[in-house]
Design a protein around this ligand. Structure first.
Ligand SMILES: NC(=O)c1ccc[n+]([C@@H]2O[C@H](COP(=O)([O-])OP(=O)(O)OC[C@H]3O[C@@H](n4cnc5c(N)ncnc54)[C@H](OP(=O)(O)O)[C@@H]3O)[C@@H](O)[C@H]2O)c1
Length: 126
């Protein structure tokens, strides 16, 4: 793996195996950043990272263990992040309010609220 040059900004995009996250990661790579595709789904993450010339880091933003492992990987690899794109998220249930469940809403909050806070722990400045 080629080490980033001292000038290259290092960026990590959560939920980057598809959709807006993948497109954001692609544009950051095109702009000259060293990019980490952070993906819960390792298979799709591997394909996405290869497609745009990025590095894969497995990440589930609902897991402290997973965030700590991702932070350790980045720390060992390049030692810092310049840019964190907190993109991973769920649109959540679109059901009638009477069909919503506590478990369903807890999953949305764990991902879209607590997950953003947790993933922000990945941010290490040079
Ligand atoms: N598209 C819109 O119109 C729109 C509007 C408002 C807000 N947003 C927000 O913008 C972001 C991207 O939207 P999108 O349309 O590109 O969504 P998407 O295609 O559904 O992609 C969401 C990404 O988030 C990942 N993700 C979900 N839960 C995760 C977790 N616990 N840990 C790590 N990754 C997780 C998914 O990974 P997996 O493949 O592993 O599931 C996927 O890569 C989301 O946060 C979404 O809520 C989108």
């Amino acid at each position: 793996m080629t080490p980033p040059s001292k000038q290259d900004p290092v960026a990590l995009v959560t939920g980057a195996n598809q959709g807006i996250g993948l497109e954001t990661a692609r544009r950051l790579a095109t702009a000259g950043c060293t990019v980490y595709v952070a993906a819960r789904n390792r298979e799709r993450g591997t394909v996405a990272a290869a497609e745009i010339g990025a590095r894969l880091v497995p990440l589930d933003v609902t897991s402290d263990v997973s965030v700590a492992a991702a932070a350790a990987q980045v720390e060992a690899d390049v030692g810092y992040l310049d840019i964190l794109v907190n993109n991973a998220g769920l649109s959540g249930p679109q059901d009638d309010v009477h069909d919503l469940t506590g478990a369903g809403i807890e999953q949305v909050l764990a991902t879209n609220v607590v997950g953003y806070v947790r993933a922000t722990q990945l941010r290490h400045r040079r």
